[in-house]
Design a protein around this ligand. Structure first.
Ligand SMILES: [Zn+2]
Length: 279
């Protein structure tokens, strides 16, 4: 550290003045070198810690991260839905074509009053208003009625939810409520004991199917099932279509087991008359 100052040679009389000037320049140069080296060490020894980068400070106080006004504001429906279901908000649907919907959610799970969870499999893409209606139906009507099977409800089979298409998949037909995320098709329910309850199964308890049909037709604007139009023989369609005077359309024939056809195909011996019939 510190540069050595070159000693001046012994002065010669004839060149004394010139030599003195050279010496001054050498001293000045040496002084500059020394100062540079000393300052370098000083800077290295006393290097201050870097200040937090502005970007880090913005992140922790970022309006996007912390300001609720900039976060997606849940709709009133979504706030209500949160009490009875697990669902995540989706962006509005805009196309293709006429397909559109606002306030769309992905309905994953319905929460029963006893805190049990009923999964929607797979999760359904529907308007929040329909998700809320489905959740209330399952909580108040479906889950209690399933107890006749000595089990409890595990999941609801989502056969179709949002689907940008015409009614009954007919090309050129009026846009289906599915294209507005306003309909759900359900084929079956799954119970905790592993049983699968097919809603359109004629062998299933008629009382159960009748009861479910009545409750669905009160809650939903449209209910279509077997006997409605030939496209709903193996599932139930429910939607919240808006109609004049808020009319409901309820078409779900609760069929008896097809005993007539069985009798026609399989010869069955006639029963012997009972003694009581003789009297
Ligand atoms: Zn449908």
């Amino acid at each position: 550290m510190g540069a050595q100052v070159m000693p001046c040679p012994h002065p010669l009389a004839a060149r004394r003045s010139q030599f003195s000037q050279i010496c001054r320049w050498v001293k000045l140069f040496a002084t500059l070198i020394s100062a540079t080296v000393i300052c370098g060490y000083a800077v290295a020894e006393n290097l201050p810690m870097p200040r937090p980068r502005p970007a880090e400070a913005i992140t922790s106080h970022s309006p996007q991260a912390a300001d609720p006004e900039n976060a997606a504001t849940p709709s009133d429906c979504q706030i209500r839905l949160k009490r009875v279901a697990v669902a995540s908000a989706l962006p509005p649907i805009a196309g293709p074509g006429e397909c559109a919907a606002e306030d769309v959610v992905e309905l994953e799970t319905i929460l029963l009053p006893n805190r049990a969870h009923v999964a929607v499999t797979p999760a359904a893409t529907v308007r929040c208003s329909l998700a809320e209606a489905i959740a209330q139906w399952v909580r108040e009507d479906v889950a209690p009625r399933v107890r006749v099977f000595d089990s409890s409800l595990k999941s609801l089979d989502n056969y179709a939810s949002f689907d940008c298409r015409g009614r009954n998949r007919v090309a050129g037909a009026t846009l289906s409520e599915h294209g507005k995320a306003n309909a759900l098709d359900i084929r079956s329910l799954k119970l905790m004991n592993g049983r699968v309850v097919k809603l359109t199964d004629p062998e299933l308890s008629r009382d159960f199917r009748e009861s479910l049909r009545r409750s669905a037709c009160v809650r939903f604007a449209t209910v279509l099932g077997p006997g409605s139009d030939g496209y709903h023989e193996d599932h139930i369609h429910v939607d919240l279509a808006e109609r004049r005077n808020a009319q409901h359309l309820c078409r779900w024939d609760v069929h008896e087991p097809d005993t007539d056809n069985v009798a026609a195909e399989t010869p069955v011996p006639l029963p012997r008359p009972r003694p009581a019939h003789r009297s």
